[in-house]
Design a protein around this ligand. Structure first.
Ligand SMILES: C[S@@+](CC[C@H](N)C(=O)[O-])C[C@H]1O[C@@H](n2cnc3c(N)ncnc32)[C@H](O)[C@@H]1O
Length: 364
């Protein structure tokens, strides 16, 4: 029996949302709706950012090195009890979320595994797995505290998909976030030619299918190192009837031909790989993207442009939310790296909330 009377009204609404992984019970859905609301309350309702902003207004000047500003912000936050409550709740809601998602999916584990199995070989989507593939050592991280990480449990893709549904508080119930990036924030190459698109680190393939829907004439491939993610992506695309390819490959060593893609898309990949792999990946993209093609990167904002509150949250994420490489990315000069690997700006970049966007191309 549940501990309390549950409000299943939100869960009932979910009957139409066939794309999300199916949980075992209405109580599980309702509990995770509560966790999502708790997350929203911690992010907005506690007014922590406003209080911190008031006390750190003198640190808004972004000409001071961000690492030094961060130390001053942390010093100030140490005297704010609300900061400790906020930090504990941020950590706890992640732990609550994963515990319930894992137990709910495990309660019907065989059914979920059968689903993934039965999608094998079904179209229109294709799945290419590499039987000898060994995930790289640096990927053995429990990003965002996801139990078993991205590749060690066969249900990792379903876990991740429901986890991001809660994480994005309402923006990822029906792929809205990915659809918005692809439809509203992705310029085409200057010559308009889009025949082959590569989606780097596609996880469960939400941007891959959105790319195919926007560019129906194009051949769209999503790559990822994680077999469970790719199986989930393939299952999802089969259910949606969308003709895309998912392939098990490394972003830093794709094995594709030189100049073979008109567009390379990357959503929240670069902050999850070590700096050495960022460099190798940029070298690889500059090899497989054709001159004049579009390389669109959506990722964490650079620390140099962050407000004091953003610096505080990013630091918290690195230390307490499994973002092992997050600081390395944010404190690097991504513009400088793009330039070093031969990219030039294709369109002015922008910020979408705390996401920074880069549009790069290769000169002809
Ligand atoms: C935060 S998720 C990316 C999110 C994804 N683009 C989306 O829209 O949901 C990170 C993904 O990158 C994959 N990944 C990390 N390093 C990789 C690498 N070197 N090669 C291929 N995939 C990688 C992980 O398996 C995981 O699915």
């Amino acid at each position: 029996m549940p501990l309390m009377e549950v409000d299943t009204s939100q869960a009932l609404k979910r009957e139409n949302a066939t794309i999300l992984p199916e949980l075992a019970s209405r109580e599980d859905e309702s509990y995770l709706d509560f966790v999502e609301s708790l997350r929203s309350f911690v992010l907005d309702g506690m007014q922590f950012d406003q209080q911190l902003a008031t006390r750190t207004a003198h640190l808004e000047d972004t000409s001071e090195p961000p690492a030094e500003r961060l130390e001053k912000v942390r010093e100030i936050a140490r005297d704010m009890p609300v900061a400790r409550v906020r930090d504990r709740l941020m950590r706890s809601q992640q732990e609550m979320k994963w515990r319930r998602i894992v137990s709910s999916l495990d309660a019907r584990r065989d059914i979920h595994l059968d689903r993934l199995k039965s999608a094998e070989g079904r179209g229109p989507a294709r799945l290419e797995l590499d039987p000898g593939f060994e995930p790289p050592e640096y990927a053995n991280v429990h990003f965002h505290l996801q139990p078993d990480g991205y590749h060690k449990d066969p249900l990792a893709g379903f876990r991740y998909h429901y986890g991001t549904k809660v994480f994005f508080v309402g923006d990822n119930d029906k792929d809205q976030l990915h659809a918005s990036l692809v439809n509203n924030h992705l310029p085409s190459p200057a010559d308009g030619r889009v025949e082959r698109i590569l989606d780097l680190a596609c996880s469960v393939g939400q941007s891959t299918t959105a790319l195919k829907q926007r560019f129906p004439q194009a051949d769209v491939t999503g790559i990822d190192h994680s077999e469970p993610m790719l199986r989930c992506a393939h299952h999802r695309a089969v259910e949606l009837g969308i003709d895309v390819c998912f392939s098990q490959r490394l972003v830093e060593n794709t094995g594709y031909d030189d100049n073979s893609f008109d567009m390379v898309f990357s959503f929240i990949l670069f902050h999850e790989i070590p700096t050495r792999i960022i460099r190798e990946t940029l070298a690889e993209v500059s090899r497989v993207l054709r001159p004049g093609g579009m390389f669109a990167v959506y990722d964490f904002m650079m620390a140099s442009g962050m407000t004091p509150a953003q610096l505080y949250h990013r630091h918290f994420d690195s230390r307490h939310n499994g973002e092992a490489y997050g600081d390395d990315f944010c404190y690097t000069d991504f513009n400088g790296l793009l330039e070093e690997f031969g990219f030039v700006e294709a369109a002015p970049g922008k910020h979408l909330g705390t996401t920074q966007v880069w549009y790069a191309t290769l000169p002809g």
